[in-house]
Design a protein around this ligand. Structure first.
Ligand SMILES: [Zn+2]
Length: 362
């Protein structure tokens, strides 16, 4: 395929016809449960500087302001009203105060629901309570206290303590958790951590990012059963593009605990996450920065990863016998049900009324 085609030509001539043909099953509203937004000034260090730890991992643009997030949402879901749960970069490279302040500001724009990046002891408990009760946060994006793909050998209570969980339980907060350890959700220490917290804090709404990081069927096969009896644990589908993985999730959890998500800016790339041997690889069109487990080629057809995620959900749902109405729920209503339970619906109501008077994007 010629690389001389412009971005705009590619969008109109290749991407959009595919979207109209293959993604017509999407409901009129979409809620993307896992997206990021950040500005270049929100970093303590540029994480993708050549000399930094983790510099070669998940490399994206150091500037991904809310306008770009909204543009990506509109471009990839042109026939839908796009809504997103969004948060800053949850790693030691980011200035947490700055990135959280920016996320809160972003949520004054229509459709964006903010999560506070925080972790065990990040804020004194009274300060955390004050922020949760006085600002419109829907919950936490749990801070990752490590760099890059040096998957930390820590347990979940090291990432998030009982104080944070008690507050989450009291207010039915979203606890969006990227599980640690190289074994992912299939690691016994991770399973134990999720099970213990889910049972001890039954009103906390624990959402496992990237389906517990089980992108491969063999990883999910050993992992999924541990969630069967935990009604307050959900999965976000960000960067999961394997139908068999999603089939297992649907068969074990049903559809209501599955939440569509992309992980923008990552899933704004054109390509697909596949697996070789025992690890995932992102196969992408040329033009993106080099990154670990990212292979670029122009010798293929490719479109947005966000759509590959949506298609994998549809295929997995079909394989598991999920009906059309339940499939639609994954893309919007399931996630809204979670958000509406937070603090008895107060933050959602407050945001929706703020959006009515918000400045327009364009
Ligand atoms: Zn993410």
């Amino acid at each position: 395929m010629s690389t001389l085609i412009t971005e705009n030509e590619r969008y109109h001539e290749i991407d959009l016809p595919f979207y109209r043909r293959e993604l017509a099953f999407l409901p009129p509203h979409v809620l993307d449960f896992h997206t990021h937004t950040w500005r270049a000034i929100d970093w303590k260090i540029n994480p993708w500087n050549q000399k930094a730890d983790g510099a070669n991992y998940m490399v994206t643009d150091p500037d991904y302001p809310l306008e770009t997030l909204r543009d990506d949402g509109h471009r990839m879901f042109p026939d839908q009203a796009y809504h997103a749960v969004c948060f800053g970069n949850p790693t030691p490279s980011a200035d947490l105060d700055r990135t959280n302040a920016y996320t809160l500001e972003a949520s004054l724009r229509p459709g964006l629901f903010p999560l506070l990046v925080t972790g065990r002891g990040t804020l004194p408990t009274d300060r955390l309570r004050q922020k949760i009760e006085q600002e419109n946060w829907l919950g936490y994006k749990v801070f990752l206290n490590w760099y890059g793909d040096n998957y930390a050998a820590i347990d979940i209570p090291t990432m998030l303590g009982p104080e944070e969980m008690e507050l989450a339980n009291e207010h039915h907060l979203v606890v969006l958790l990227h599980v640690p350890r190289s074994g992912r959700l299939n690691d016994p220490v991770v399973k134990e951590g999720v099970r213990t917290y889910a049972k001890a804090y039954p009103h906390a709404q624990i959402v496992l990012a990237h389906c517990g990081r089980c992108y491969l069927p063999d990883e999910m096969k050993g992992a999924i059963a541990c969630l069967a009896d935990l009604p307050n644990v959900y999965m976000d589908t960000s960067m999961v593009m394997d139908p068999q993985v999603l089939e297992m999730v649907f068969r074990t959890l049903g559809s209501e605990r599955v939440l569509f998500a992309t992980d923008f800016p990552v899933a704004a790339m054109r390509g697909r996450r596949v697996y070789l041997m025992d690890h995932w690889v992102d196969v992408v069109l040329p033009g993106y920065p080099p990154s670990a487990y990212r292979v670029a080629s122009d010798d293929m057809h490719a479109t947005f990863m966000a759509w590959e995620i949506a298609l994998a959900i549809r295929r997995g749902a079909e394989m598991a016998g999920i009906d059309e109405a339940a499939l639609k729920g994954v893309f919007f209503q399931n996630g809204m049900n979670v958000l509406n339970r937070v603090r008895k619906g107060q933050p959602v109501k407050a945001l929706q009324s703020a959006w009515k008077t918000a400045p327009k994007f364009e």
